[in-house]
Ligand binder design. Structure first.
Ligand SMILES: [Zn+2]
Length: 531
């Protein structure tokens, strides 16, 4: 592990200092088989552009194109062709080999050739300062469209459009999939301005609407795609990033863990690996406890197991678990100390590292939803889940696992909430932790909590920890990717900030401290009417 961190320090020197991500071509992050593959092509093609209204007879102006979809590009003559592309979709069941390419536009440069990035094509709508954008399907063969992350630089005046003086651009993401978008004027899309190195919500005119492009394979009730549209003001020669939620890359995690690898924390935290992903990327694993205690004392401590980011597009979960880790390693906080003296925390902060690197939303590179692979994981398709189950079995030989939580992001609901499991013969046992959390953090939404395992969730981590390993306090924590609601004014939404996500992690530990043993749960049940 130590060697890996040293390699990593070198790697960081080559990393963008705007947002911590690594160019995909980097050889340390990717195996030989794919290290040169994820190259997006920035292609400026001045196709005969006349009148878009008569879309059947005029070619579209493609200003950005991912070469993986070569065939698409060759036949995109009209919006009818574009509709075919959106509806028929290619199956990306492999990581395709890509050609080396160069930026070719002198006016506007799109890019998503970095971790988490997933832009497929951009079409300029002439005279309007407006662009239609397509995000690509997931690597591994699955087709879900929700996560997006890309950058843009405007070098020169774009056209003679009537809005030119205002320096306003409008982007339409035209193949979004979910119908319950949380984006609106109260919760605009996040953007990063490289001239001030800051994330903001300075996008405006944000709407999400059913665009009528039908695809019967879609799961939403209309079986059609949605357009997410937003505008922003720009300055020339400044790079802007846009994303579904604040990105949190594999590089970012490694950098964060690297900062914890210091003398200040050495008595509380140890670093390890849960093994390698299907694509041979190291999956970090950390243990937090008071390592200065006598060994017989440490051996008596129960384990608390925490995992996150099994779904790679759910970036809010990474900030939340970072908040948890920050709290647990605090050298001075008395509750942090008490938790370290009481438990051994075993934490896997990013399970699906391949999916994160390649900009997938839900699946791994083998096309598997890893959170449906917990019953019988295998070496080929779900190795990381297999390795976590090995860790659980090994742990249970020496100590009990008292509590498990898997951290997720939620795309359609506000606030944050828990899914739990019912304990046999003890009514409301699982609700005690929820009640404490609700009291401590007013973004917690008790009304969205679920206290039993539905049929569709029986193969998830939470269900397996309960049903196979008998862990009663087994949870899934869902944090909105977008907003929280006002406790006072109904239908008033506020966008989540990174700090607020971390606070949820902080307050997770405070809530945990209130149930550090079963007797505390029972005494709470006796004293409170919890229904
Ligand atoms: Zn999830």
């Amino acid at each position: 592990m130590q060697t890996k961190f040293n390699e990593y320090k070198k790697l960081v020197l080559n990393t963008s200092n705007e947002i911590p991500f690594t160019r995909i071509k980097n050889t340390i992050l990717c195996t030989d088989a794919i290290k040169t593959n994820k190259k997006n092509i920035l292609k400026y093609q001045n196709i005969n552009q006349n009148n878009l209204d008569n879309s059947n007879s005029n070619k579209l102006k493609v200003v950005f194109h991912d070469k993986t979809f070569k065939e698409d590009y060759e036949y995109i003559n009209s919006y009818n062709d574009l509709l075919k592309i959106i509806i028929l979709e290619k199956n990306l069941s492999f990581i395709p080999k890509r050609e080396k390419s160069f930026i070719n536009s002198d006016k506007i440069i799109f890019d998503s050739d970095f971790e988490n990035g997933n832009l497929r094509m951009v079409i300029e709508l002439e005279e309007l300062n407006e662009y239609d954008l397509l995000i690509r399907p997931e690597y591994g063969g699955m087709k879900t469209y929700q996560w997006f992350f890309f950058s843009v630089i405007i070098n020169k005046p774009l056209n003679n459009g009537i809005y030119d003086n205002e320096n306003v651009l409008k982007f339409n993401l035209i193949n979004m999939e979910k119908d319950k978008s949380q984006f609106n004027s109260q919760c605009p899309v996040v953007m990063y301005d490289c001239s001030i190195n800051k994330w903001s919500r300075n996008t405006f005119n944000v709407f999400c609407y059913n665009n009528g492009i039908k695809n019967e394979k879609l799961k939403n009730e209309y079986q059609s795609y949605f357009t997410l549209t937003f505008s922003f003001k720009y300055q020339y020669n400044t790079k802007y990033y846009f994303a579904y939620c604040y990105p949190y890359t594999y590089t970012q995690l490694r950098l964060y863990l690297n900062t914890l690898n210091s003398d200040i924390y050495k008595n509380y935290i140890k670093f390890g690996s849960i093994g390698f992903s299907c694509n041979d990327n190291n999956i970090p694993y950390i243990i937090i406890t008071n390592f200065l205690s006598e060994s017989n004392e440490i051996s008596k401590r129960k384990c608390i197991l925490l995992t996150s980011r099994i779904h790679p597009g759910e970036t809010s979960s990474s900030y939340v678990i970072q908040g948890v880790i920050n709290f647990l390693i605090n050298p001075n906080n008395s509750i942090s100390k008490s938790l370290r003296n009481k438990f051994i925390f075993k934490i896997v902060p990013m399970i699906n590292v391949d999916g994160v690197i390649f900009g997938n939303y839900r699946y791994n590179l083998k096309g598997r939803d890893l959170n449906r692979m917990w019953v019988d994981p295998d070496n080929k398709f779900s190795k990381c889940v297999l390795n976590i189950k090995k860790l659980i079995r090994k742990t249970l030989k020496n100590r009990d696992i008292y509590f498990y939580c898997d951290f997720h992001g939620h795309s359609s609901k506000s606030n944050f909430f828990l899914y739990g499991c019912q304990k046999e013969n003890v009514q409301n046992y699982e609700k005690v932790f929820m009640r404490h959390y609700q009291r401590i953090n007013n973004n917690f939404d008790i009304n969205n909590c679920i206290n039993k395992i539905n049929q569709s969730k029986i193969k998830t981590g939470r269900a397996i920890l309960k049903n196979e390993f008998g862990i009663d306090l087994s949870y899934c924590l869902e944090t909105s990717m977008t907003s929280y609601t006002s406790p006072i004014i109904s239908k008033k939404y506020f966008p989540f900030s990174i700090e607020r996500y971390k606070k949820i992690g902080n307050d997770f530990c405070l809530s945990l401290n209130n149930i550090i043993d079963e007797s505390k749960i029972y005494s709470y049940l006796n004293e409170n009417d919890i229904i």
